[in-house]
Design a protein around this ligand. Structure first.
Ligand code: SF4
Ligand code: SF4
Length: 327
């Protein structure tokens, strides 16, 4: 029995205050308390197993918005990930797709030149599928000679999200060339959380933070832009990033998907794991985020959000890297 099971994944601390419901996109979409942190925690307190809460953990987008509002400071994202891992260990079919990708692996020789780059970009699968945007992102960081990691760890990111175990050999092969890198720019918020644990001495920034720190990008943001922060990376590091995004908002005057408590309202567009029948439609979130705003452009950090906002917004939608020359 794991320590996580002994402590019912941290759920024993839940008071049932329901504050997490206020920010959870799954609650907004379903109004089903069983699919919320509150519902999961109470079920676990009353003896439910990971199997019993399978539907609930499948719906979680890992957006992280619930963590900063929880007065008991329960690690709610880690709770879901631990439950998925436990469930996957007894029901391997649940993570079939993730395992297939891990088994396919990557060319280990393709990562040997990473030490030549001061900065390395780890693209997620969505950015890799958009070569032109990927080149735009790389060009944004050309002044610091950024290179693209051929092994982006996309299979590992998917395995982490799904709860599949990552073979030690695969993890070592992924991490070995990254150990010499000074700065990493990471697209996937779940992988970013894990990388900070695995490589605590390396500077690891999200793509959104890295791009929006560049003077050229900041100068091109306008007061009638609506800037969409990627919530998984933001909530993995919220205490530090609050100041960064406050400063960006003040200097540009742009609007953002931050609420009054400066929580990043999630779009859930980056969710990969949820079964189709359970998916929260990110367009609903996008509509809600833009409601009542007078907006000229939408600027997104997560390239998946481009298509999401194009479905609901009559405005141009662009990726933060497309704001142009950053030097
Ligand atoms: S991580 Fe996001 S989707 Fe999951 S329970 Fe928390 S707020 Fe809801
Ligand atoms: S905010 Fe925390 S303590 Fe309150 S119901 Fe949600 S999980 Fe429980």
């Amino acid at each position: 029995m794991t320590a996580e099971r002994n402590s019912i994944y941290g759920a024993e601390a839940c008071s049932g205050c329901s504050l997490c419901l206020l920010v959870c996109p799954v609650w907004r979409s379903t109004f089903d308390i069983r699919l919320t942190p509150h519902g999961r925690a109470k079920a676990l307190q009353h003896g439910a197993t990971a199997f019993d809460v399978a539907d609930s953990i499948d719906t979680c987008t890992l957006c992280g918005a619930c963590e900063p509002v929880c007065p008991e400071e329960i690690a709610l994202v880690d709770m879901v990930l631990a439950l998925r891992r436990d469930l996957a260990s007894t029901m391997p079919d649940r993570v079939g797709n993730a395992v297939v990708q891990l088994q396919q692996g990557v060319d280990s020789n393709s990562t040997t030149a990473l030490s030549a780059y001061p900065t390395v970009l780890l693209a997620d699968s969505a950015l890799s599928e958009q070569p032109q945007l990927l080149q735009t992102v790389l060009a944004l960081f050309s002044h610091e000679q950024a290179g693209l990691a051929a092994d982006s760890g996309a299979d590992i990111a998917l395995a982490l999200e799904a709860g599949a175990s990552v073979p030690e050999e695969r993890l070592n092969r992924f991490l070995a060339p990254l150990r010499t890198v000074r700065r990493m720019i990471v697209c996937d918020g779940v992988l970013l959380r894990a990388l900070r644990d695995w490589l605590p001495r390396t500077r690891i920034d999200s793509l959104g933070e890295a791009a929006s720190s560049l003077a050229g990008v900041r100068a091109r943001l306008r007061p009638d832009d609506f800037y969409v922060i990627e919530s998984r990376a933001y909530h993995a590091d919220r205490e530090r990033l609050v100041a960064h995004y406050d400063q960006l908002r003040v200097s540009s005057g742009c609007m953002m998907n931050l609420d009054l408590q400066r929580l990043a309202i999630p779009t859930t567009a980056s969710h990969q794991w949820m079964p189709e029948k359970r998916r929260v439609d990110p367009a609903d979130q996008a509509r809600w985020i833009l409601e009542g705003r007078v907006v000229a452009r939408v600027v997104v950090e997560d390239c998946r959000d481009i298509a999401v906002f194009q479905r609901v917004a009559p405005y141009p939608v662009l990726h933060v890297a497309q704001l142009g020359d950053a030097r």
